[in-house]
Ligand binder design. Sequence first.
Ligand SMILES: [Zn+2]
Length: 347
Amino acid sequence: METITNTKGMLADFVEELPKVELHLHIEGTLEPELLIALAQRNGVDIPYKTIEAARAAYQFEDLQSFLNVYYLGASVLREERDFYELTLAYMSRCKAQQIRHTELFFDPQTHLANGVALAAVMGGINAALRDAERDWHISSALILCIERDRDPQPAVALLERACALGGIAGIGLDSAELGNPPEKFQEVFKVAKSMGLHRVAHAGEEGPPAYIWQALDVLDVERIDHGVRCLEDPALVRRLVDDRIPLTVCPFSNVALKVFSRLSEHNLGRLLKAGLLATIHSDDPAYFGGYLSENIIETLSDLDLTAEDALLLERNAVEAAFCTDQRKQSLLRDLDQYGASYRNLL
Ligand SMILES: [Zn+2]
């Protein structure tokens, strides 16, 4: 069988229409400057940027913390249930345009609660948009509640229980400032999440050391690692991740914007795949990092001299890593296989 060859133009064409799965996406990170400014005006929230251009110019970061400061400021304009609906529907319409067939979204309820927004408003708006996108565009989705690791772990269990009572939560995640906030601080809430039958993921090994990835696996019993790019520093950890087929949800544009790698051509995605790791590509906070899922895949594969066949592998990995039913996975894999075969026939 002829394999798909790689020029950047062909790769872009191939990836744009490729059926895709997104597994690492913070819904607050999809807040484009246009909506940010509109919501700040509508809700009377005073933010330092008065124009779309000024907001965009502020999206320059030195590290994870400098990004989080801008991200939480942006999230402060989200006040009403309809704000969360509009934000989520705007992202889901991007999914439709980019052939994303299944997406798993993170949200940060503690930020919104601290801003005085009711949990029911946050979840009501997000879940209504997800339902509408499934009905109108056949995009399946799952919602993952993220615990912010730079906050006190103590109230997290009660928050999780309240959110689950409202319905629509598929899993728990751990995000925000990694350094100095090891996964083990959150053992209790992850134990409760498991007892409730929820899926479990955690950001680890982005800025933090491989030890944080071990903790996420052994103490939090996670099923996926978000980022995890620093695992290559520890060969025993790589063996564990390969043997247990633990997915890594890698976000290349994010890693470059936050200086985990100095440029895309230095990203270790190719080495992760070569090591046999179940790596996938996602967009993390696309409004802040310069591109959505298609752009992340196209630019990364192009800069690393990877091919359209690698794009297919990444999407097969993402289907395997997804928290959807086996039936849905079979359907997604069939679409991928058909797409690959029809593209090869054109060559
Ligand atoms: Zn993330």
